[in-house]
Design a protein around this ligand. Structure first.
Ligand SMILES: Nc1ncnc2c1ncn2[C@@H]1O[C@H](COP(=O)(O)OP(=O)(O)OP(=O)(O)O)[C@@H](O)[C@H]1O
Ligand SMILES: O=c1ccn([C@@H]2O[C@H](COP(=O)(O)O)[C@@H](O)[C@H]2O)c(=O)[nH]1
Length: 298
């Protein structure tokens, strides 16, 4: 199973990676990842709460407890409904599932990973979801571009090189940016767009921030994604919306990112939507999924 395959402590991995880095700003990201949430302006989780979560998880049998709670969201919803008459107005936050002890959240936030190949239409669909449901949309790519453009960023050049080459930026940078943005938002329902792109990122995020409730996967043939990206490249100004970078991004997606979707699929956590239609028609598939799980905010 997912977690069993990744039993090492990701926090330790993050710390090791950050420690071995000569970059000062990587060190500051390391500090950000290990700084207690309260010091980052986040709702400070009571250390007792973290302790109780950890103890509960241990007492309930560690991995067994985890597996028991890693269920399809509709099962979770059914249980919640039966237990306390929750309706679709209640998000499918898996309050049954433990938060990592060092999570910046007191209560598990709703986290949906929005995945799909480059140019599949993730951002387009997320914008619509934000308008209709009460979610914060965080695109990992946007956050990386923002950091790249930030005056004084010491990882700006590094990020730009990775993006141009279609490669995956070291995860301590991306997770640090995501975690900070989640905390800063002050909200608890997130669409995490374009992340995780690698298995170890998925593990690290779930171990240091929060578990994913489900994965919304946009399936699109490469030919169509290439067409969309080249068209977007006419006006986007993105350094990677050119044929050379696009092909490299496809290779990274096929070889490194797709296995993440497969892994979550094997856990029954993937909702797949075909992107080969107009944005409106794609969105009606997406809404069918969200309407089952979340109430409309309006
Ligand atoms: N269903 C669709 N049909 C045609 N064009 C679309 C569709 N959805 C999105 N597009 C267009 O395709 C381009 C890529 O869409 P979008 O930026 O949403 O993709 P993305 O998956 O977020 O891309 P990236 O992986 O690069 O972040 C945009 O120009 C968008 O307007
Ligand atoms: O988690 C992530 C997300 C993105 N990247 C890098 O950014 C580019 C562009 O991402 P988009 O999702 O298309 O905006 C991507 O090709 C990667 O180089 C990343 O490293 N990690």
């Amino acid at each position: 199973m997912f977690r069993a395959a990744f039993s090492r402590s990701t926090t330790d991995t993050l710390r090791r990676q950050a420690t071995s880095s000569a970059s000062a700003s990587r060190s500051s990201l390391r500090r950000a990842l290990s700084t207690p949430a309260g010091e980052q302006g986040a709702p400070k989780p009571s250390s007792n709460a973290g302790l109780w979560v950890a103890l509960a998880a241990t007492a309930a049998g560690g991995a067994g407890y985890y597996y028991a709670t890693r269920e399809h969201p509709s099962e979770t919803l059914a249980k919640l409904k039966a237990k306390n008459k929750a309706t679709e107005e209640s998000p499918v936050t898996a309050s049954l599932r433990p938060l990592p002890a060092n999570s910046p959240f007191k209560v598990k936030p709703t986290v949906i990973f929005v995945l799909g190949g480059p140019g599949a239409g993730k951002g387009t669909q997320c914008a619509r979801l934000v308008a209709d449901y009460d979610f914060v949309h965080l695109s990992a790519g946007d956050l990386l571009r923002e950091e790249r453009n930030r005056a004084g960023s010491e990882v700006g050049e590094l990020i730009n090189t990775y993006i141009k080459e279609g490669k995956i930026v070291p995860m301590e940078i991306t997770i640090g940016l995501l975690r900070d943005a989640m905390v800063r938002s002050g909200k608890d329902r997130f669409l995490i767009d374009g992340f995780p792109r690698k298995m170890d990122q998925a593990e690290a995020f779930e171990d240091t921030v929060a578990g994913a409730d489900f994965i919304l996967y946009f399936e699109c043939p490469e030919k169509e994604m290439e067409r969309r990206l080249l068209k977007r490249g006419e006006t986007s100004g993105r350094v990677d919306d050119n044929i050379e970078s696009i092909r490299k991004r496809f290779v990274t997606f096929r070889d490194t990112s797709f296995p993440v979707i497969d892994k979550y699929r094997s856990l029954g956590k993937v909702h797949e939507v075909s992107c080969l239609d107009t944005p409106d028609k794609v969105y009606s598939q997406v809404r069918a999924i969200f309407d089952k799980m979340f109430a409309k905010s309006a």
